[in-house]
Design a protein around this ligand. Structure first.
Ligand SMILES: [Zn+2]
Ligand SMILES: [Zn+2]
Length: 416
């Protein structure tokens, strides 16, 4: 394209077209239809400007985009941790995507047109104290696809730096490729929980991340994996999730977790010297429940599991998880619930000398590990994909995830 600059003295034309602009224009692409979050529970499917291909970038025709819990925080309540969307420009949703390279920047030698790629959705600043310490996932000014204010991947086309678009084998089906990002999160969960061979692992919450974490733990040769969920349908699903390595279920046991009844918190022993609080009584109830779980899973002698992954965000699960974690074990908080919880089992944490950790996003090597695990066939994500929707019906897809009757929901970005 050309711009005419008139300064009164001379009349000159400056051509600002880059080789990238020319390459993209030559493709004659249809409108870049996208799914925008307008306000809580309201989306719009409409064209947005085509992303600008940079000299070091690739332009991707996005083929599949998974929906996950953090999308639902944005969709239902305006953002993870209650970040508001009011007053902000609507932004394109989505952060779990894969597609085909349809144009490459003039400086790119790592990719060619036709390559299949995953999309790493986080763009760290590379300059803050955390980035400089090698922890780019907690960059203080990270731009993350689909987070309020940053356009995501739920569009027909997406452009990003080539090094953020890891190549994937063409044998990986698009639905599965749309779930590489959560598998990369599963790898980061493995790093943060310090998952090692022959450990016992308990996973609270059998949604996509809980199931993916179980698959990773199994691929890492866990000795025993047990799961919990409050929903019978999720427990039934988890029991059927089979290992591609053994053909047998990945979970050794999956239990329904009944909510800790409020009556367990309110009752008093009647003694004058009873100083227990409602929180103490909830903890004691959780402890009792988990002692019986240890019994039926033959872990009483161990005093619990080596690693607890809390992937539900529910306070009851946190209490049960701390109760099930053995002395010296690691409790990893993955699930996103309320901003805070009222209860912190102080004595258990200190007496057991637990490592209580958090995890967010993924770090270097998580995407390559995830892609390699799929390629080698040690993790199978296909059984987790229970529904696909065209981009034009994204609202139905979000509502399906909100109803939580599905496990992994994938949107087909080219079906507009
Ligand atoms: Zn996600
Ligand atoms: Zn940074």
């Amino acid at each position: 394209m050309t711009h005419t600059h008139i300064d009164g003295l001379q009349h000159m034309q400056v051509d600002t077209s880059t080789p990238e602009d020319i390459a993209v224009e030559a493709l004659g692409l249809p409108p870049n239809t996208a799914c925008l979050l307008v306000q809580t529970r309201t989306i719009a499917i409409q064209p947005v400007p085509l992303p600008r291909l940079q000299p070091d970038g690739v332009l991707v025709q996005v083929m599949a985009n998974g929906i996950c819990g953090s999308d639902m925080h944005s969709y239902l309540s305006g953002g993870v941790g209650g970040r508001p969307i009011a007053g902000q420009e609507p932004s394109v949703m989505g952060h779990e995507a894969a597609g085909v390279v349809i144009a490459v920047g003039s400086q790119v030698s790592s990719h060619v047109v036709g390559d299949h790629v995953a999309i790493e959705p986080g763009l760290p600043c590379r300059k803050c104290v955390n980035c400089k310490n090698g922890r780019m996932n907690i960059c203080t000014s990270i731009r993350y696809c689909g987070a309020p204010g940053t356009h995501g991947t739920l569009s027909r086309y997406y452009a990003l730096p080539a090094d953020m678009a890891p190549l994937i084998p063409k044998t990986i089906p698009w639905d599965v490729a749309g779930s590489i990002q959560p598998l990369a999160i599963g790898v980061q969960i493995g790093k943060r929980a310090d998952l090692r061979a022959h450990q016992t692992v308990a996973i609270f919450g059998c949604g996509p991340i809980g199931l993916i974490t179980a698959a990773v733990a199994h691929a890492y040769s866990a000795k025993k994996i047990i799961g919990f969920d409050i929903k019978p349908s999720r427990v039934a699903f988890a029991k059927k999730y089979k290992s591609p390595l053994t053909g047998r279920p990945i979970f050794d046991n999956v239990f329904i977790l009944d909510p800790l009844a409020s009556g367990q918190a309110n009752g008093s022993s009647g003694h004058d010297d009873d100083h227990t609080t409602p929180g103490d009584r909830l903890w004691l109830a959780a402890q009792k429940n988990m002692l019986s779980i240890m019994k039926v899973t033959n872990m009483s002698l161990d005093g619990g599991v080596d690693r607890v992954i809390e992937a539900s965000g529910a306070q009851d699960s946190m209490l049960h998880g701390i109760a099930l974690c053995k002395d010296g074990g690691v409790f990893l908080q993955v699930g996103l619930g309320h901003i805070q919880t009222n209860l912190f089992p102080t004595i258990a944490l200190t007496n057991k000398e637990l490592d209580v950790r958090g995890i967010t996003r993924y770090t270097a090597s998580c995407f390559p590990s995830a892609i390699e695990m799929l390629d080698r066939g040690v993790v199978d994500l296909a059984p987790l994909i229970t529904a696909t929707y065209p981009l034009s019906q994204s609202k139905d897809a979000f509502e399906a995830v909100a109803a939580s009757n599905d496990i992994k929901v994938i949107i087909k970005n080219q079906e507009v």
